[in-house]
Design a protein. Structure first.
Length: 254
C-alpha cells in the first residue's frame, strides 16, 4: 500500500524490496505447516492445492489491476492491492493455530530446533547449497523480468489497450500453469505412494524451486530423481537436474 505514496523511483524500489523480503518467507512457512498438518501420503495434493495460489492470484491481480490502473492510475492500484492482504492477515491470526511439529515421516517431532547461528554456519559451509541458491536467484530474476516485460510488449508493440492486456496475458499464461501444477502434484503423489513397494526411502520434492537446495544436499550416488517438465525445457528443472547428476543421481525426465 505504501508503494502508492512513493515520491521517487528510489522510494518505490526500496518499498518493493521490503515487499519481496516479506513475501519470501511465505512459501517456506506454508510448506512447513503443510508438512505438520498432513501425513506424508497426502502432502502432494496439499502442496499442489497451495501452489494454485500462484496462477489464480496472479491472474486475478493482473486482470483487475490492469482495469483499475487504466481507470484510476497506478498509485490507486497499488494502494488497493494491499487491502486484501491486510484483511487476510487479521483473519489468519485469529483463526490459524500453530500446528504440532511433525517429522518428515509424519511422527511427532520431539527434538528441539538447532540455534539459528549453528543453522546459518551449516548452510554457509555447504557449497552445493550456496551454488543452488545463487543459481535459483538469477533464474528468478530472468523469469520475473519476463513477466514484467509481457505487459509493455502487449500494449506498446501489439497496441492492446491496457485495460484488456491484463486479462489476455492471464488467459494465455495462468490456466496452463494451474493445469501443470495439478498434473505434477497428482503424479508426484502417485509415485510417492507406490514407489515404497519397490524402493524404500523415496521422497517427494515440493514444486517450489526455492526449497530445492535443501534436497540437493541429501542427494547421493545411486539415487533416482524423477522430474516432470510439463512446460518443456523449464530452466529451474534443468539447473536442479544438473546439480543432482553432479551428486551421482540418475535422472528420469518426463
Amino acid at each position: 500500500m505504501a508503494g502508492g505514496m512513493a515520491g521517487s523511483f528510489l522510494q518505490l524500489l526500496a518499498l518493493r524490496f521490503f515487499v519481496g523480503a516479506g513475501e519470501s518467507g511465505a512459501t517456506p512457512s506454508a510448506l512447513s505447516m503443510i508438512s505438520d498438518l498432513f501425513p506424508a501420503r497426502e502432502r502432494g495434493k496439499a502442496v499442489a492445492i497451495y501452489f494454485f495460489n500462484t496462477p489464480i492470484g496472479s491472474g486475478i491481480a493482473l486482470t483487475v489491476g490492469a482495469i483499475v490502473a487504466h481507470a484510476y492510475g497506478w498509485r490507486t492500484t497499488m494502494t488497493l492491492a494491499g487491502i486484501p492482504g491486510l484483511l487476510l492477515t487479521v483473519l489468519f491470526l485469529l483463526t490459524v493455530k500453530e500446528p504440532q511439529r511433525l517429522s518428515a515421516q509424519g511422527g511427532a517431532e520431539h527434538e528441539r530446533a538447532p540455534p539459528l547461528g549453528r543453522t546459518l554456519r551449516y548452510m554457509l559451509s555447504q557449497h552445493a547449497l550456496l551454488h543452488a541458491a545463487w543459481g535459483l536467484m538469477l533464474m528468478h530474476i530472468a523469469i520475473n523480468g519476463f513477466g514484467m516485460w509481457m505487459f509493455p510488449f502487449f500494449t506498446r508493440v501489439d497496441h492492446v489497450p491496457g485495460a484488456s492486456a491484463g486479462w489476455q496475458i492471464s488467459l494465455a499464461t495462468y490456466p496452463a500453469s494451474a493445469i501443470a501444477i495439478f498434473i505434477t502434484g497428482a503424479l508426484a503423489e502417485y509415485f510417492f505412494t507406490h514407489l515404497p513397494v519397490i524402493r524404500a526411502g523415496d521422497t517427494r520434492i515440493p514444486q517450489n524451486a526455492s526449497s530445492w537446495p535443501h534436497y540437493v544436499l541429501n542427494i547421493k550416488r545411486g539415487d533416482v530423481l524423477i522430474l516432470f517438465d510439463i512446460r518443456r525445457y523449464e530452466s529451474q528443472l534443468d539447473v536442479f537436474a544438473r546439480m543432482a547428476a553432479e551428486h551421482g543421481a540418475d535422472i528420469i525426465l518426463f
